[in-house]
Design a protein around this ligand. Structure first.
Ligand SMILES: Nc1ncnc2c1ncn2[C@@H]1O[C@H](COP(=O)(O)OP(=O)(O)OP(=O)(O)O)[C@@H](O)[C@H]1O
Length: 250
């Protein structure tokens, strides 16, 4: 279990995160959702270990890891731009991290991941010969072969279009359940957060607005921010789609 205990972060005298406390269970998918500037990336970076909190503790499996260096935490991130090596083919990108740590995954485990992510046909292709969705899957595979204790994803679906989005969403869910892998996702899209996650952490100006299951957020929004920011966006989306078909929206 990952526990954040009253985490605060101050940049240039401004409190960006203002006392974040929460638990994330093993194998749970949690989305961090909020408007631009609410502190999502800062929170992700704190968990990953790129930045230190100004105050508070990060506890993982009953150990205080607040001061533990990023490399020693064993968490791993897939960045928004995937950060793949353009001069290497897909397979070499996937297995890159194993060069220095060959015993982390067996060949069978790597093959199983490639199969699960539907990449078998694309292994010889260079990165610029892959579609956006294929690049995303290569980036996921490259991270997963290193067997992270927690998988962090920064806006994993934002560069993808509709159908591919759904397929990546399903794959993320399958992997999290199959490997019991705790997965933390940063997103600004309520639909993405609500359809992908077991629980959604809604941030507003560096504070938790609500931390609940998608069902609770939709049926029991705790405050006006959740109602206005999250549910209104979904309503607008629904109305837009409905008006396309000339229907009247009730
Ligand atoms: N290294 C830094 N130094 C100073 N201020 C920072 C730094 N990193 C982030 N901030 C500030 O902290 C606030 C929160 O930024 P953060 O990137 O966490 O927001 P976000 O919710 O991820 O936003 P977005 O959706 O736009 O990426 C912003 O006001 C930002 O300017």
């Amino acid at each position: 279990m990952l526990t954040l205990n009253n985490i605060k972060k101050v940049y240039d005298g401004v409190e960006i995160l203002r006392g974040i406390s929460l638990d994330i269970e093993d194998g749970e998918i949690v989305s961090i959702l909020g408007p631009s500037g609410s502190g999502k990336t800062t929170l992700l970076n704190l968990i990953l270990g790129i930045t230190d909190p100004t105050d508070g503790q990060i506890i993982f499996d009953n150990k205080d890891i607040t001061k533990v260096a990023m490399e020693k935490r064993g968490f791993n991130i897939v960045f928004q731009d995937y950060a793949l090596f353009p001069n290497l083919n897909a397979y070499r990108n996937i297995t890159y991290g194993l060069k220095n740590k060959p015993n982390i995954s067996t060949k069978e485990e790597v093959d199983e991941l490639i199969e699960l992510l539907g990449l078998s046909k694309h292994l010889d292709k260079k990165i610029d010969q892959l579609s956006g969705g294929q690049k995303q899957r290569v980036a996921l595979a490259r991270t997963l072969v290193m067997k992270p204790k927690i998988l962090l994803l920064d806006e994993p679906l934002s560069a993808l279009d509709g159908v591919i989005k759904e397929s990546i969403k399903d794959r993320i869910k399958t992997i999290a359940k199959e490997y019991n892998l705790t997965t933390i996702i940063v997103t600004h899209d309520p639909e993405e957060a609500l359809t992908l996650s077991d629980r959604v952490l809604i941030l507003n100006e560096g504070k938790i607005s609500q931390y609940s299951t998608p069902d609770e957020i939709i049926n029991d929004p705790k405050n006006n921010f959740v109602k206005d920011f999250i549910l209104n966006q979904l309503e607008i989306k629904k109305e837009n789609i409905f008006s396309l078909f000339g229907g009247c929206y009730v």
